[in-house]
Design a protein around this ligand. Structure first.
Ligand code: 13P
Length: 250
C-alpha cells in the first residue's frame, strides 16, 4: 500500500517569521492527517525555525533542492547532509524552475539524486514536459528521458524511497492544471517504465501530480488510483487551502 504524500513547495516565499506562522497554521489546520503523509518545503533560511514548529507533529520537512557534494569549495551550495542535519527527510530535485532558471540538466539532477540518497534523504524527483513538447505529442517521451537519466543505475533497494512528481511545465503557476485523466495516464506510463527496469520495486514508488493543484481540483487527482499524492505550490501558502488538499487524499 502506498501512503498518500502531499507536499507543499513554498518556493521563494516567507521570511522566518512568516514561515513559522504559516507552518503553525498548517499544523493546526491539518490536525491529524490520518494515513496521509504531509510534508512542507520552506526556503532554506526558514527550515531550522520551521523544524521547531513541526517537530513532534505529523508534518515532515523537505528541502527544495540539494547540492551533489557533501562538503568543500562550493560557495552558496547546501549539501544533503546539512539538510538532514537540519531536520529534512525529503529533497525536491529537478524542479522545472531549477532546470529553467538554474540551468540544471539531467546529468546534474542524477548526481544530486545519488547524493541525496547517500545522505539518507528521500528524493522527490520532478519531471514534466513543456507546452510545445505536449503539442508535438512528445510528452511521454520527454518524461521518459528525464526519468531514465535521473534514475540510471539506481539499485532496486534505493528505488522505493524515491517519489516521482509529474509536473507539466505549462501547468505550474498558471491555474491551468492538467486533466486528472492526462495526469494519471502519465503516472501509468511512469510506473510501467519503472517496472520495466526495476520490476517489483516499482510498485512502492509514489507518483505525485503537481501543477495548479487547488482545493477545488485536488479530489480529482487524488481520487485516481495511479496518483499517490500532490506537489502543491501556490495553494500550499494558504494553511486552510493546503489542509483541504490534504484531506482530499484518500
Ligand atoms: P503551483 O501549484 O503553484 O502550480 O506550483 C506547482 C509546483 O511547481 C510545485 O512544485
Amino acid at each position: 500500500m502506498r501512503r498518500p504524500l502531499i507536499v507543499g513547495n513554498w518556493k521563494l516565499h516567507c521570511t522566518v517569521v512568516e514561515a513559522i506562522a504559516l507552518a503553525d497554521s498548517i499544523r493546526v489546520a491539518v490536525g491529524d492527517p490520518g494515513p496521509r503523509e504531509v510534508v512542507i518545503a520552506p526556503p532554506f533560511t526558514a527550515i531550522y525555525a520551521v523544524r521547531g514548529v513541526v517537530c513532534g507533529t505529523p508534518i515532515g520537512l523537505a528541502a527544495q533542492d540539494a547540492h551533489w557534494e557533501e562538503r568543500g569549495a562550493f560557495t552558496g551550495a547546501i549539501s544533503p547532509g546539512l539538510l538532514h542535519d537540519v531536520g529534512c527527510r525529503y529533497a525536491i530535485l529537478g524542479h522545472s524552475e531549477r532546470r529553467e532558471h538554474f540551468a540544471e540538466n539531467d546529468a546534474v539532477i542524477a548526481r544530486k539524486l545519488r547524493a541525496v540518497l547517500a545522505a539518507g534523504l528521500a528524493p522527490i524527483l520532478c519531471v514534466g514536459e513543456r507546452a510545445s513538447e505536449r503539442e508535438q505529442g512528445r510528452a511521454q517521451a520527454v518524461v521518459a528521458g528525464q526519468l531514465a537519466s535521473a534514475l540510471a543505475g539506481l539499485s532496486p533497494e534505493a528505488l522505493p524511497g524515491t517519489s516521482i512528481a509529474y509536473e507539466p511545465v505549462w501547468a505550474i503557476g498558471t491555474g491551468m492544471a492538467a486533466t486528472a485523466q492526462d495526469a494519471s495516464a502519465m503516472a501509468d506510463a511512469i510506473r510501467r517504465q519503472l517496472a520495466a527496469t526495476w520490476g517489483d520495486a516499482a510498485a512502492s514508488v509514489r507518483i505525485l501530480y503537481g501543477g495548479s493543484v487547488s482545493p477545488a481540483n485536488a479530489g480529482e487527482f487524488l481520487g485516481r488510483q495511479s496518483l499517490d499524492g500532490a506537489l502543491v505550490g501556490g495553494a500550499s501558502l494558504n494553511a486552510h487551502g493546503f489542509a483541504a488538499i490534504v484531506k482530499a487524499a484518500p
